[in-house]
Design a binder for this molecule. Sequence first.
Ligand code: C2E
Ligand code: MG
Ligand code: MG
Ligand code: MG
Length: 278
Amino acid sequence: KAKSKGKNNFQYYSPDMNQRAKERVKVETKLRYAIKNSDLQLYYQPQYNIDNAKMTGMEALIRWEDKELGMVSPKDFIPLAEETGMIIEIGDWVINSACHQGKVWHDQGFNDLNLGVNLSVRQFFDPNLVDKIKSAIETSQFDPNFLELEITETAMMHDTEGAMKIINEIKSMGIKISLDDFGTGYSSLVHLKLFPVDMLKIDQVFIRNADLNGRDGAIISSMIDMCHKLNIKAVAEGVETIESLSFLKDNRCHFAQGFFFSPPIPVEKFEDLLYCSN
Ligand code: C2E
Ligand code: MG
Ligand code: MG
Ligand code: MG
C-alpha cells in the first residue's frame, strides 16, 4: 500500500517505524495471551467522603504484569486493546470480576461501598453492553445501586443520541454514571448539558500540582460550584497533598481519590485497609 504512494514516501519504511510496528505486534500478541491466561488483574483505589473522611467506595483499575515487559500501564495497553477490539473481551472480564469482588466486600459487611468501573468508548457502544451488565449483576448478585460506570466525554461525543439511549438504559437499572476525566475532553460542558450524569470526576490535571490560590484553584472551585447547582456529585482525582484536600473541603467537593489516601492496590491490601479503618 505504501509503495503505491511513491518512492518519496520514505517515512513508511523508516527502520524506526518498522521497529515500532514490530513492538506493537509483540505487545498485541502478549496481551492476547494474557487475556487467555488470566494474567490481568484488578487493583482498587479507595474513594473518600471529604466531609467525614469515611471511605465511600473504590474504583477498579486494570493491571497487566508481563514476565518480560513488567507492569504495563493501562494508559499503554487500553488504547491498543481499543484499536484491536480486544477491549470487548477485557471489558467483559473487568465488569464481571469487579462485580464479583464488590459482592464479596458487601457480604463482608462493607455494604455501603460504591464500586466504580471504567468503560472505554468501544465497550460503551457494544450493542450487547446492557445485556452484559445485566448478566454481570445477575451472576454476581452485586446490588446495582452501588455500581458506578465511568465514561469519558470522548465516548459520548461519538454519537450523542445513541449515548443517551444507553445511559438511560443503564440508569434504569439503578446504576450510576460518572463523567470521567472531566475538563480534558472535547466540549465538556455540552455533555453536562445533554447527559443526566450522577457524578463528575474532575481530572487530575486540575488537582495535581495545582496552584490553589491562582487559576487552578479558581477552575476547581467553579467546577465544584457547578456540580452543586446541577445536583451532581463532584469527585476530585489525583489528590496527593493535604493542601489540596483542605482546599477541596473548603470548596465543598464531595469525594476525593488520590495518592494522599492510597494508590490503587491489590485485593488483599485493600482488605487490610477495609479491616483496619472501619
Ligand atoms: P482513570 O479512570 O482516570 O483512572 C485514574 C488514574 O489515575 C489511575 O491510573 C490511577 O492510578 C491514577 N491516580 C489516582 N490517584 C492518583 C494520584 O494521586 N496521583 C497520580 N499521579 N495518579 C493517580 P491507571 O490505573 O494507570 O489508569 C489509567 C487509565 O486507564 C484510567 O484513567 C482509565 O482511563 C484506564 N483504565 C484503567 N483500568 C481500566 C479498565 O478496567 N477498563 C478501561 N476501559 N479503562 C481502564
Ligand atoms: Mg476512571
Ligand atoms: Mg479519571
Ligand atoms: Mg484518566
